[in-house]
Ligand binder design. Structure first.
Ligand SMILES: Cc1cc2nc3c(=O)[nH]c(=O)nc-3n(C[C@H](O)[C@H](O)[C@H](O)COP(=O)(O)O)c2cc1C
Length: 337
């Protein structure tokens, strides 16, 4: 059987499959199932800026009213005895996961601003997390904000975190950057140890009957992995930074393609939410089978061998075939225009 071990964020992993941030890490039993099924590391669900900020505001209001001696101060009391803040719950969960799992546990922060909410990153480090993933989930909807301003948000939060902790840090990106390679170079300079490409934006839908906008969560499909695979090949051609792919990895073929393009790890969420942790075992079996059939002795041997830097036809990842692809369209049988 091929050697599946990889390095990611300075961690030696038994294989390239990582459980991506999802509700599965909230539940200790689910996390144990993921490990048993073959996950090489676990990214925890994110700690959210808005939760922390809302709790801080409630607490400030409580202290303010108490200092003024307002009788109604009790109504601002955010906590009753035994109540834990989301930060405390998060730190406890890191402790529980670290105690019971052998695989590395990567904590995750989700926010958009550099402000004080990330000052507690050191607590995450003290709680025993092996690394940190930063998910700046930001919809650039302000017409006065330039793309350079949006990029500065990321580098500012990253810089702030790098000053706080010695943990390796991965930055999870959205697919909507004007010049992703240039930006990834900046993140690397700012100290990113790994880049995770790409998070999925959840879309808002319009309910025609009620005429209201509602958030819409749909799990991914395999074809979405192709965007990640192309950019992995381009990033690996340009930078040495560690690379994780997330978004649309469902089949062992998707995973193998991601590794050929240059990823160190492949993160899975939808596949595990849809089919359960056992999906990991199926993917590992499929990968092993393919590697043996094709006489690869290790994942290391194939990783990045189809990146832009190493493939025989680098232009195929760029504009090169654009016209040919468009011209290859043929009408479905029976359809007349
Ligand atoms: C229900 C659900 C919860 C998620 N929670 C988080 C989260 O807390 N933090 C985060 O960075 N990503 C979160 N994600 C995004 C996933 O980690 C992953 O990047 C994304 O779903 C794309 O991968 P996939 O195609 O394998 O689902 C979540 C995804 C889903 C479906």
């Amino acid at each position: 059987m091929a050697d599946l071990t990889v390095e990611y964020l300075g961690l030696g992993l038994k294989n390239p499959l990582v459980a991506s941030a999802s509700p599965l890490s909230r539940d200790l039993d689910a996390a144990l199932h993921l490990e048993d099924a073959g996950a090489a590391a676990l990214v925890m669900y994110s700690l959210y800026e808005e939760q922390i900020v809302a709790e801080e505001h409630r607490y400030d209001r409580f202290l303010e009213h108490q200092a003024l001696g307002h009788g109604e101060a009790d109504s601002f009391l955010p906590e009753h005895p035994g109540h834990q803040s989301s930060l405390e719950r998060y730190l406890d969960q890191i402790g529980r996961l670290k105690e019971r799992l052998d695989i590395p546990v990567i904590a995750s922060l989700n926010g958009v601003s550099e402000a004080g909410w990330i000052d507690f990153a050191r607590l995450i480090e003290d709680a025993g997390a092996d690394a940190l993933e930063l998910n700046v989930y930001y919809i650039a909807g302000n017409a006065d904000e330039s793309s350079a301003d949006v990029e500065r948000r990321y580098t500012a939060v990253l810089g702030h975190l790098k000053r706080q902790v010695a943990l390796p840090i991965a930055v999870k990106l959205s697919p909507q950057f004007t010049s992703p390679l240039h930006f990834i170079g900046q993140l690397q300079q700012a100290g990113a140890d790994a880049i995770v490409i790409f998070n999925r934006f959840y879309q808002s839908d319009i309910d025609l009957a009620q005429r209201v906008v509602e958030p819409h969560l749909e799990l991914s499909r395999s074809y979405e992995s192709l965007l990640r695979i192309r950019w992995a090949a381009m990033v690996r051609g340009a930078f040495e930074v560690d690379l994780a792919l997330t978004g649309g990895f469902h089949q062992s073929e998707d995973v193998l393609k991601g590794l050929f393009a240059g990823a160190n790890t492949i993160q899975l969420a939808s596949a595990l939410l849809q089919h359960g942790p056992g999906r990991l075992t199926e993917l590992l079996t499929g990968m092993n089978y393919w590697l043996d059939e094709n006489e690869y002795e290790s994942v290391g041997q194939m990783m990045g061998s189809m990146s832009v830097a190493r493939t025989a036809d680098p232009a195929a990842y760029e504009r090169h075939n654009y016209l040919d692809v468009l011209n290859s369209f043929t009408p479905p049988p029976g359809v007349r225009y």
